[in-house]
Design a protein around this ligand. Structure first.
Ligand SMILES: Cc1cc2nc3c(=O)[nH]c(=O)nc-3n(C[C@H](O)[C@H](O)[C@H](O)COP(=O)(O)OP(=O)(O)OC[C@H]3O[C@@H](n4cnc5c(N)ncnc54)[C@H](O)[C@@H]3O)c2cc1C
Length: 433
Protein backbone atom coordinates (compact mmCIF):
# COMPACT_ATOMS: atom_id res chain seq x y z
CA UNK A 1 0.00 0.00 0.00
CA UNK A 2 2.63 2.54 1.14
CA UNK A 3 4.58 2.49 -2.12
CA UNK A 4 1.54 3.51 -4.15
CA UNK A 5 0.56 6.59 -2.16
CA UNK A 6 1.73 9.95 -3.51
CA UNK A 7 1.42 13.66 -2.91
CA UNK A 8 0.59 16.05 -5.74
CA UNK A 9 2.01 19.56 -5.47
CA UNK A 10 4.89 20.76 -3.30
CA UNK A 11 3.71 24.10 -1.94
CA UNK A 12 3.88 24.30 1.86
CA UNK A 13 1.01 21.79 2.20
CA UNK A 14 2.62 19.14 0.01
CA UNK A 15 6.04 19.79 1.57
CA UNK A 16 4.68 19.22 5.07
CA UNK A 17 2.87 16.05 3.93
CA UNK A 18 6.06 14.65 2.40
CA UNK A 19 8.13 15.56 5.48
CA UNK A 20 5.77 13.73 7.85
CA UNK A 21 5.07 10.69 5.65
CA UNK A 22 8.37 10.37 3.77
CA UNK A 23 6.28 9.84 0.60
CA UNK A 24 7.22 11.60 -2.65
CA UNK A 25 5.56 14.86 -3.63
CA UNK A 26 5.35 15.50 -7.39
CA UNK A 27 5.66 19.18 -8.28
CA UNK A 28 5.19 20.75 -11.72
CA UNK A 29 7.44 23.75 -11.03
CA UNK A 30 11.25 23.54 -11.07
CA UNK A 31 11.46 24.52 -7.37
CA UNK A 32 9.45 23.60 -4.28
CA UNK A 33 7.35 26.01 -2.19
CA UNK A 34 4.48 26.91 -4.54
CA UNK A 35 3.34 30.44 -3.92
CA UNK A 36 5.68 30.63 -0.86
CA UNK A 37 8.95 31.56 -2.59
CA UNK A 38 11.08 34.67 -2.70
CA UNK A 39 13.30 35.85 -5.56
CA UNK A 40 15.90 38.59 -6.01
CA UNK A 41 16.24 41.47 -8.45
CA UNK A 42 19.23 43.77 -8.85
CA UNK A 43 18.60 47.50 -9.34
CA UNK A 44 18.43 48.31 -13.06
CA UNK A 45 17.90 44.68 -14.10
CA UNK A 46 14.75 42.88 -15.18
CA UNK A 47 15.78 39.21 -14.83
CA UNK A 48 14.96 37.75 -11.41
CA UNK A 49 17.66 35.68 -9.65
CA UNK A 50 16.75 32.60 -7.63
CA UNK A 51 19.58 32.76 -5.06
CA UNK A 52 20.43 35.86 -3.05
CA UNK A 53 23.59 37.34 -4.59
CA UNK A 54 26.63 37.17 -2.27
CA UNK A 55 27.18 40.93 -2.36
CA UNK A 56 23.58 41.41 -1.12
CA UNK A 57 23.02 44.15 -3.71
CA UNK A 58 19.53 43.12 -4.77
CA UNK A 59 15.94 43.49 -3.65
CA UNK A 60 14.24 40.44 -2.19
CA UNK A 61 10.68 40.07 -3.46
CA UNK A 62 8.07 37.34 -3.12
CA UNK A 63 6.13 35.50 -5.81
CA UNK A 64 2.82 36.07 -4.06
CA UNK A 65 3.55 39.46 -2.46
CA UNK A 66 4.27 39.73 1.28
CA UNK A 67 3.75 36.36 2.92
CA UNK A 68 3.71 36.79 6.67
CA UNK A 69 3.01 33.82 8.91
CA UNK A 70 0.16 34.67 11.24
CA UNK A 71 -2.25 32.61 13.26
CA UNK A 72 0.32 30.01 14.32
CA UNK A 73 -0.19 28.67 17.85
CA UNK A 74 2.76 27.90 20.14
CA UNK A 75 3.02 24.28 18.94
CA UNK A 76 3.16 25.44 15.31
CA UNK A 77 5.81 27.99 16.27
CA UNK A 78 7.97 25.26 17.84
CA UNK A 79 7.54 23.26 14.64
CA UNK A 80 8.48 26.24 12.44
CA UNK A 81 11.60 26.88 14.52
CA UNK A 82 12.96 23.52 13.33
CA UNK A 83 13.23 24.89 9.77
CA UNK A 84 14.30 28.52 10.08
CA UNK A 85 15.02 31.37 12.44
CA UNK A 86 11.94 33.52 12.64
CA UNK A 87 11.53 37.14 13.58
CA UNK A 88 8.28 38.35 15.12
CA UNK A 89 6.71 41.63 14.03
CA UNK A 90 3.77 43.65 15.35
CA UNK A 91 1.40 44.43 12.55
CA UNK A 92 1.00 48.01 11.46
CA UNK A 93 -1.59 48.43 8.76
CA UNK A 94 -4.10 51.05 7.72
CA UNK A 95 -6.89 51.88 5.37
CA UNK A 96 -5.71 54.67 3.06
CA UNK A 97 -8.06 57.13 1.36
CA UNK A 98 -6.02 58.65 -1.47
CA UNK A 99 -8.39 61.58 -2.19
CA UNK A 100 -8.10 62.97 1.33
CA UNK A 101 -4.67 61.41 2.10
CA UNK A 102 -6.26 60.03 5.26
CA UNK A 103 -4.84 56.95 7.00
CA UNK A 104 -7.12 55.11 9.40
CA UNK A 105 -5.48 52.30 11.38
CA UNK A 106 -6.77 48.80 10.55
CA UNK A 107 -9.46 47.74 11.31
CA UNK A 108 -11.47 50.76 10.26
CA UNK A 109 -14.51 49.92 12.42
CA UNK A 110 -12.42 50.17 15.62
CA UNK A 111 -10.87 53.50 14.66
CA UNK A 112 -13.85 55.66 13.77
CA UNK A 113 -12.34 58.67 15.62
CA UNK A 114 -10.21 59.27 12.51
CA UNK A 115 -13.35 60.05 10.47
CA UNK A 116 -15.48 63.14 10.43
CA UNK A 117 -17.45 63.12 13.72
CA UNK A 118 -20.93 63.07 12.15
CA UNK A 119 -19.95 60.27 9.81
CA UNK A 120 -18.44 58.31 12.71
CA UNK A 121 -21.58 58.53 14.82
CA UNK A 122 -23.82 57.52 11.86
CA UNK A 123 -21.55 54.56 11.23
CA UNK A 124 -21.72 53.53 14.90
CA UNK A 125 -25.53 53.82 14.95
CA UNK A 126 -25.82 51.74 11.80
CA UNK A 127 -23.59 49.01 13.23
CA UNK A 128 -25.70 48.96 16.40
CA UNK A 129 -28.80 48.31 14.29
CA UNK A 130 -27.21 45.38 12.42
CA UNK A 131 -29.40 42.24 12.29
CA UNK A 132 -28.31 39.35 14.52
CA UNK A 133 -28.04 36.97 11.55
CA UNK A 134 -27.02 38.86 8.44
CA UNK A 135 -27.85 36.98 5.22
CA UNK A 136 -27.37 37.11 1.47
CA UNK A 137 -24.36 37.73 -0.72
CA UNK A 138 -21.08 39.25 0.40
CA UNK A 139 -22.33 42.73 -0.50
CA UNK A 140 -25.58 42.16 1.47
CA UNK A 141 -23.55 40.88 4.42
CA UNK A 142 -21.20 43.85 4.43
CA UNK A 143 -24.03 46.34 4.14
CA UNK A 144 -25.98 44.70 6.98
CA UNK A 145 -22.98 44.33 9.31
CA UNK A 146 -21.24 47.66 8.67
CA UNK A 147 -24.19 49.74 7.48
CA UNK A 148 -24.42 51.97 4.39
CA UNK A 149 -21.99 54.64 5.59
CA UNK A 150 -18.91 52.45 6.01
CA UNK A 151 -19.92 50.26 3.04
CA UNK A 152 -20.01 53.27 0.75
CA UNK A 153 -16.83 54.75 2.20
CA UNK A 154 -14.66 51.63 2.27
CA UNK A 155 -16.08 48.09 2.36
CA UNK A 156 -17.97 48.38 -0.94
CA UNK A 157 -15.27 49.85 -3.20
CA UNK A 158 -12.53 47.78 -1.53
CA UNK A 159 -14.39 44.49 -2.04
CA UNK A 160 -15.27 45.45 -5.63
CA UNK A 161 -11.51 45.58 -6.32
CA UNK A 162 -10.46 42.70 -4.04
CA UNK A 163 -13.00 40.23 -5.51
CA UNK A 164 -12.64 41.51 -9.11
CA UNK A 165 -16.31 42.52 -9.06
CA UNK A 166 -17.67 39.24 -7.66
CA UNK A 167 -18.74 40.58 -4.25
CA UNK A 168 -22.36 41.15 -5.33
CA UNK A 169 -22.76 37.49 -6.35
CA UNK A 170 -20.70 35.37 -3.96
CA UNK A 171 -21.25 34.12 -0.45
CA UNK A 172 -19.70 36.14 2.36
CA UNK A 173 -16.58 34.53 3.77
CA UNK A 174 -13.92 35.11 6.38
CA UNK A 175 -16.22 36.95 8.82
CA UNK A 176 -13.41 36.75 11.36
CA UNK A 177 -11.35 39.12 9.20
CA UNK A 178 -13.99 41.82 9.63
CA UNK A 179 -15.24 41.45 13.22
CA UNK A 180 -17.68 43.85 14.78
CA UNK A 181 -17.51 44.01 18.56
CA UNK A 182 -19.67 47.01 19.47
CA UNK A 183 -17.73 47.63 22.69
CA UNK A 184 -14.54 48.01 20.67
CA UNK A 185 -16.30 50.13 18.03
CA UNK A 186 -17.40 52.49 20.81
CA UNK A 187 -13.97 52.46 22.44
CA UNK A 188 -12.42 53.32 19.06
CA UNK A 189 -14.67 56.37 18.73
CA UNK A 190 -12.66 58.02 21.49
CA UNK A 191 -9.32 56.25 21.87
CA UNK A 192 -7.02 53.47 20.77
CA UNK A 193 -8.11 49.81 20.63
CA UNK A 194 -5.02 47.70 21.21
CA UNK A 195 -3.88 44.90 18.88
CA UNK A 196 -7.26 43.83 17.49
CA UNK A 197 -7.82 41.77 14.37
CA UNK A 198 -6.85 38.27 13.27
CA UNK A 199 -3.21 38.97 12.53
CA UNK A 200 -1.89 41.45 15.08
CA UNK A 201 1.56 39.80 15.17
CA UNK A 202 3.26 37.73 12.51
CA UNK A 203 6.47 35.84 11.80
CA UNK A 204 8.85 35.91 8.86
CA UNK A 205 11.96 33.72 8.35
CA UNK A 206 15.27 35.54 8.77
CA UNK A 207 16.68 34.20 5.50
CA UNK A 208 13.51 34.60 3.45
CA UNK A 209 10.64 32.40 2.40
CA UNK A 210 12.57 30.28 -0.12
CA UNK A 211 15.11 29.25 2.52
CA UNK A 212 12.21 28.01 4.66
CA UNK A 213 10.62 26.12 1.72
CA UNK A 214 14.01 24.60 0.80
CA UNK A 215 14.64 23.43 4.38
CA UNK A 216 11.21 21.83 4.51
CA UNK A 217 11.80 20.21 1.11
CA UNK A 218 15.14 18.81 2.30
CA UNK A 219 13.30 16.76 4.95
CA UNK A 220 10.91 15.18 2.44
CA UNK A 221 11.14 13.50 -0.96
CA UNK A 222 10.34 16.23 -3.45
CA UNK A 223 10.34 15.57 -7.20
CA UNK A 224 10.22 18.86 -9.06
CA UNK A 225 9.53 19.26 -12.79
CA UNK A 226 6.92 16.49 -12.59
CA UNK A 227 3.69 18.09 -13.81
CA UNK A 228 0.65 15.83 -13.57
CA UNK A 229 -1.28 15.87 -16.86
CA UNK A 230 -3.88 13.20 -16.12
CA UNK A 231 -5.13 10.98 -13.35
CA UNK A 232 -6.77 7.84 -14.70
CA UNK A 233 -9.22 7.04 -11.92
CA UNK A 234 -10.31 3.73 -13.51
CA UNK A 235 -6.80 2.31 -13.80
CA UNK A 236 -5.68 4.25 -10.69
CA UNK A 237 -2.69 5.73 -12.48
CA UNK A 238 -1.03 9.17 -12.43
CA UNK A 239 0.38 10.39 -15.77
CA UNK A 240 3.12 13.04 -16.00
CA UNK A 241 4.08 15.56 -18.68
CA UNK A 242 7.28 13.61 -19.44
CA UNK A 243 5.22 10.51 -20.35
CA UNK A 244 6.01 8.55 -17.19
CA UNK A 245 3.27 7.07 -14.99
CA UNK A 246 2.87 5.71 -11.45
CA UNK A 247 0.06 3.52 -10.08
CA UNK A 248 -1.77 4.77 -7.00
CA UNK A 249 -4.00 3.54 -4.22
CA UNK A 250 -4.37 6.92 -2.47
CA UNK A 251 -3.33 10.41 -3.59
CA UNK A 252 -3.07 13.52 -1.45
CA UNK A 253 -3.63 16.42 -3.82
CA UNK A 254 -2.96 20.12 -3.18
CA UNK A 255 -3.67 21.10 -6.81
CA UNK A 256 -6.62 23.56 -7.05
CA UNK A 257 -9.90 21.67 -6.81
CA UNK A 258 -11.31 22.60 -10.25
CA UNK A 259 -8.03 21.63 -11.95
CA UNK A 260 -7.98 18.29 -10.14
CA UNK A 261 -11.48 17.57 -11.44
CA UNK A 262 -10.27 18.33 -14.99
CA UNK A 263 -7.12 16.20 -14.58
CA UNK A 264 -9.25 13.27 -13.38
CA UNK A 265 -11.92 13.72 -16.06
CA UNK A 266 -14.64 13.90 -13.40
CA UNK A 267 -17.68 15.84 -14.53
CA UNK A 268 -20.02 17.42 -12.03
CA UNK A 269 -23.32 18.77 -13.17
CA UNK A 270 -22.91 21.81 -10.93
CA UNK A 271 -21.79 25.34 -11.63
CA UNK A 272 -18.14 25.46 -10.42
CA UNK A 273 -17.42 27.98 -7.68
CA UNK A 274 -15.33 30.95 -8.85
CA UNK A 275 -11.79 31.95 -8.02
CA UNK A 276 -9.84 35.14 -8.56
CA UNK A 277 -6.27 35.78 -9.62
CA UNK A 278 -3.79 38.33 -8.34
CA UNK A 279 -1.23 40.26 -10.33
CA UNK A 280 1.57 41.07 -7.87
CA UNK A 281 3.73 43.98 -8.91
CA UNK A 282 6.98 44.10 -6.92
CA UNK A 283 8.76 47.45 -6.96
CA UNK A 284 12.06 48.61 -5.48
CA UNK A 285 13.13 52.22 -5.52
CA UNK A 286 13.96 55.42 -3.73
CA UNK A 287 11.65 55.97 -0.79
CA UNK A 288 9.33 58.94 -1.30
CA UNK A 289 8.80 61.79 1.18
CA UNK A 290 5.30 60.55 2.20
CA UNK A 291 5.95 56.81 2.28
CA UNK A 292 3.95 55.48 5.23
CA UNK A 293 5.54 53.25 7.85
CA UNK A 294 2.75 50.65 7.62
CA UNK A 295 3.47 47.03 6.71
CA UNK A 296 0.55 47.15 4.28
CA UNK A 297 -2.39 49.42 3.47
CA UNK A 298 -5.84 48.68 2.09
CA UNK A 299 -6.88 51.00 -0.71
CA UNK A 300 -10.58 51.34 -1.61
CA UNK A 301 -9.97 53.45 -4.72
CA UNK A 302 -6.98 53.68 -7.02
CA UNK A 303 -6.59 54.95 -10.58
CA UNK A 304 -4.71 51.79 -11.54
CA UNK A 305 -7.20 49.34 -9.97
CA UNK A 306 -5.06 47.86 -7.16
CA UNK A 307 -6.49 47.26 -3.69
CA UNK A 308 -3.47 46.67 -1.46
CA UNK A 309 0.04 48.06 -1.21
CA UNK A 310 2.53 46.28 1.03
CA UNK A 311 5.91 47.55 2.18
CA UNK A 312 8.39 44.68 2.59
CA UNK A 313 11.04 47.15 3.70
CA UNK A 314 8.84 48.44 6.55
CA UNK A 315 8.73 44.88 7.87
CA UNK A 316 12.47 44.38 7.49
CA UNK A 317 15.25 46.29 5.79
CA UNK A 318 16.70 42.97 4.59
CA UNK A 319 14.40 43.28 1.57
CA UNK A 320 16.43 46.19 0.14
CA UNK A 321 19.91 46.07 -1.44
CA UNK A 322 22.74 46.03 1.11
CA UNK A 323 24.55 49.32 1.63
CA UNK A 324 21.90 51.46 -0.08
CA UNK A 325 20.21 54.22 1.92
CA UNK A 326 16.62 55.34 1.68
CA UNK A 327 15.33 52.43 -0.41
CA UNK A 328 11.80 50.98 -0.30
CA UNK A 329 10.64 47.53 -1.43
CA UNK A 330 6.91 47.35 -2.16
CA UNK A 331 4.29 44.94 -3.48
CA UNK A 332 1.09 46.05 -5.13
CA UNK A 333 -1.83 43.64 -5.58
CA UNK A 334 -4.56 43.82 -8.18
CA UNK A 335 -7.29 41.20 -8.55
CA UNK A 336 -8.56 39.71 -11.83
CA UNK A 337 -10.88 36.84 -12.66
CA UNK A 338 -8.88 33.58 -12.87
CA UNK A 339 -7.87 32.83 -16.45
CA UNK A 340 -7.97 36.50 -17.47
CA UNK A 341 -4.21 37.12 -17.39
CA UNK A 342 -3.25 40.43 -19.00
CA UNK A 343 -0.74 40.35 -21.87
CA UNK A 344 2.76 41.76 -21.53
CA UNK A 345 1.85 45.14 -23.08
CA UNK A 346 -1.03 45.51 -20.64
CA UNK A 347 1.22 44.59 -17.69
CA UNK A 348 3.81 47.14 -18.84
CA UNK A 349 1.17 49.91 -19.11
CA UNK A 350 -0.30 48.93 -15.73
CA UNK A 351 3.16 48.93 -14.09
CA UNK A 352 3.84 52.45 -15.35
CA UNK A 353 0.44 53.60 -14.14
CA UNK A 354 1.07 52.12 -10.66
CA UNK A 355 4.48 53.76 -10.48
CA UNK A 356 3.04 57.16 -11.47
CA UNK A 357 0.30 56.79 -8.87
CA UNK A 358 2.69 55.79 -6.06
CA UNK A 359 5.00 58.68 -6.97
CA UNK A 360 2.01 61.07 -6.95
CA UNK A 361 1.11 59.82 -3.48
CA UNK A 362 4.71 60.41 -2.34
CA UNK A 363 5.36 56.74 -1.54
CA UNK A 364 8.22 56.50 -4.03
CA UNK A 365 10.55 58.98 -5.61
CA UNK A 366 11.52 56.65 -8.46
CA UNK A 367 11.82 52.93 -9.23
CA UNK A 368 14.99 50.96 -10.01
CA UNK A 369 13.56 47.41 -9.98
CA UNK A 370 10.08 46.22 -11.08
CA UNK A 371 8.75 42.75 -11.72
CA UNK A 372 5.25 41.30 -11.94
CA UNK A 373 4.07 37.78 -11.06
CA UNK A 374 0.69 36.22 -11.82
CA UNK A 375 -1.10 33.94 -9.34
CA UNK A 376 -3.97 32.48 -11.35
CA UNK A 377 -5.84 30.88 -8.45
CA UNK A 378 -5.23 33.19 -5.50
CA UNK A 379 -8.61 33.49 -3.76
CA UNK A 380 -11.40 30.92 -3.84
CA UNK A 381 -15.09 31.82 -3.40
CA UNK A 382 -18.50 30.14 -3.36
CA UNK A 383 -21.81 30.93 -5.01
CA UNK A 384 -24.58 31.20 -2.40
CA UNK A 385 -25.88 27.72 -1.48
CA UNK A 386 -23.39 26.03 -3.80
CA UNK A 387 -22.79 22.30 -3.30
CA UNK A 388 -19.96 22.22 -5.88
CA UNK A 389 -17.05 22.12 -3.42
CA UNK A 390 -18.51 19.37 -1.23
CA UNK A 391 -19.51 17.27 -4.25
CA UNK A 392 -16.16 17.74 -5.97
CA UNK A 393 -14.22 16.69 -2.87
CA UNK A 394 -16.48 13.68 -2.35
CA UNK A 395 -16.21 12.45 -5.97
CA UNK A 396 -12.43 12.79 -5.87
CA UNK A 397 -12.23 11.08 -2.49
CA UNK A 398 -14.28 8.16 -3.88
CA UNK A 399 -11.62 7.88 -6.59
CA UNK A 400 -8.86 7.72 -3.95
CA UNK A 401 -7.85 11.39 -4.30
CA UNK A 402 -7.92 13.29 -0.99
CA UNK A 403 -7.90 17.07 -1.47
CA UNK A 404 -6.15 19.34 1.01
CA UNK A 405 -4.44 22.74 1.39
CA UNK A 406 -5.86 26.17 0.60
CA UNK A 407 -6.58 25.48 -3.06
CA UNK A 408 -7.23 21.73 -2.83
CA UNK A 409 -9.93 22.31 -0.21
CA UNK A 410 -11.06 25.60 -1.79
CA UNK A 411 -10.94 27.33 1.58
CA UNK A 412 -9.42 30.65 2.59
CA UNK A 413 -6.50 29.98 4.94
CA UNK A 414 -2.94 31.05 5.61
CA UNK A 415 0.42 29.30 5.66
CA UNK A 416 0.09 27.98 9.24
CA UNK A 417 -3.22 26.23 8.45
CA UNK A 418 -1.88 24.92 5.15
CA UNK A 419 1.14 23.45 6.96
CA UNK A 420 -1.24 21.91 9.50
CA UNK A 421 -3.27 20.36 6.65
CA UNK A 422 -0.10 18.92 5.17
CA UNK A 423 1.03 17.46 8.49
CA UNK A 424 -2.34 15.79 8.98
CA UNK A 425 -2.31 14.42 5.42
CA UNK A 426 1.25 13.13 5.99
CA UNK A 427 0.14 11.38 9.18
CA UNK A 428 -2.75 9.77 7.28
CA UNK A 429 -0.34 8.41 4.65
CA UNK A 430 2.00 7.19 7.39
CA UNK A 431 -0.89 5.42 9.12
CA UNK A 432 -1.59 3.52 5.89
CA UNK A 433 1.78 1.88 6.49
C1 LIG B 1 -1.91 37.19 -2.67
C2 LIG B 1 -1.78 36.22 -1.53
C3 LIG B 1 -1.25 36.67 -0.33
C4 LIG B 1 -1.15 35.77 0.73
N1 LIG B 1 -0.58 36.22 1.89
C5 LIG B 1 -0.45 35.36 2.94
C6 LIG B 1 0.16 35.81 4.14
O1 LIG B 1 0.60 36.96 4.27
N2 LIG B 1 0.25 34.92 5.17
C7 LIG B 1 -0.22 33.62 5.08
O2 LIG B 1 -0.11 32.87 6.06
N3 LIG B 1 -0.78 33.18 3.93
C8 LIG B 1 -0.90 34.01 2.87
N4 LIG B 1 -1.46 33.54 1.70
C9 LIG B 1 -1.93 32.14 1.65
C10 LIG B 1 -0.79 31.14 1.43
O3 LIG B 1 -0.12 31.50 0.24
C11 LIG B 1 -1.39 29.72 1.28
O4 LIG B 1 -2.13 29.35 2.43
C12 LIG B 1 -0.35 28.65 1.06
O5 LIG B 1 0.74 29.10 0.31
C13 LIG B 1 -1.02 27.46 0.36
O6 LIG B 1 -0.06 26.45 0.12
P1 LIG B 1 -0.45 25.18 -0.75
O7 LIG B 1 0.72 24.28 -0.73
O8 LIG B 1 -1.75 24.62 -0.27
O9 LIG B 1 -0.73 25.76 -2.21
P2 LIG B 1 0.32 26.17 -3.36
O10 LIG B 1 1.43 26.97 -2.82
O11 LIG B 1 -0.50 26.76 -4.45
O12 LIG B 1 0.92 24.76 -3.81
C14 LIG B 1 0.31 23.93 -4.76
C15 LIG B 1 1.41 23.36 -5.63
O13 LIG B 1 0.83 22.48 -6.59
C16 LIG B 1 1.60 22.60 -7.79
N5 LIG B 1 0.81 22.12 -8.93
C17 LIG B 1 -0.26 22.70 -9.53
N6 LIG B 1 -0.67 21.96 -10.58
C18 LIG B 1 0.15 20.88 -10.64
C19 LIG B 1 0.24 19.75 -11.49
N7 LIG B 1 -0.63 19.59 -12.51
N8 LIG B 1 1.20 18.82 -11.27
C20 LIG B 1 2.07 18.96 -10.22
N9 LIG B 1 2.06 20.02 -9.39
C21 LIG B 1 1.10 20.97 -9.58
C22 LIG B 1 1.87 24.10 -7.87
O14 LIG B 1 2.97 24.37 -8.73
C23 LIG B 1 2.16 24.43 -6.41
O15 LIG B 1 3.54 24.34 -6.11
C24 LIG B 1 -1.59 34.42 0.61
C25 LIG B 1 -2.11 33.99 -0.61
C26 LIG B 1 -2.22 34.88 -1.66
C27 LIG B 1 -2.78 34.38 -2.95
Amino acid sequence: MADSTWILGAGVTGLAASWISGRPAFEAAPLPGGICRSYHLRPGESEPIVEAPEDGRAYRFENGGGHWVFGGDSMMNVCLSGFAHWRRYHRKSSVFFPESKLYVPYPLQYNLRYLDQTMASWAFDEMRRAPANPRGTMSDWLEQVFGPTLTELFFGPFHELYTAGLWREIEPQDGYKSPVDLTLVEQGLHGEVAGSGYNSTFLYPECGLSAFADQLAARGDIRCGMGVVRVDTEKRRVEFADGSTVPYTQLISTIPLHRMLDLSGIELHERPDPSTAVLVLNIGGIRGPRCPDDHWIYVPRSRSGFHRVGFYSNVDNDFTPRGEENRAALYVERAFRSGAAPGSAEVAAYSQSVLDELCDWGFLESAEAMHATWVDVAYTWSWPGSQWRAKAMQRLSDAGIQMTGRYGKWKFQGIADSLRDGMLAGSALKALG
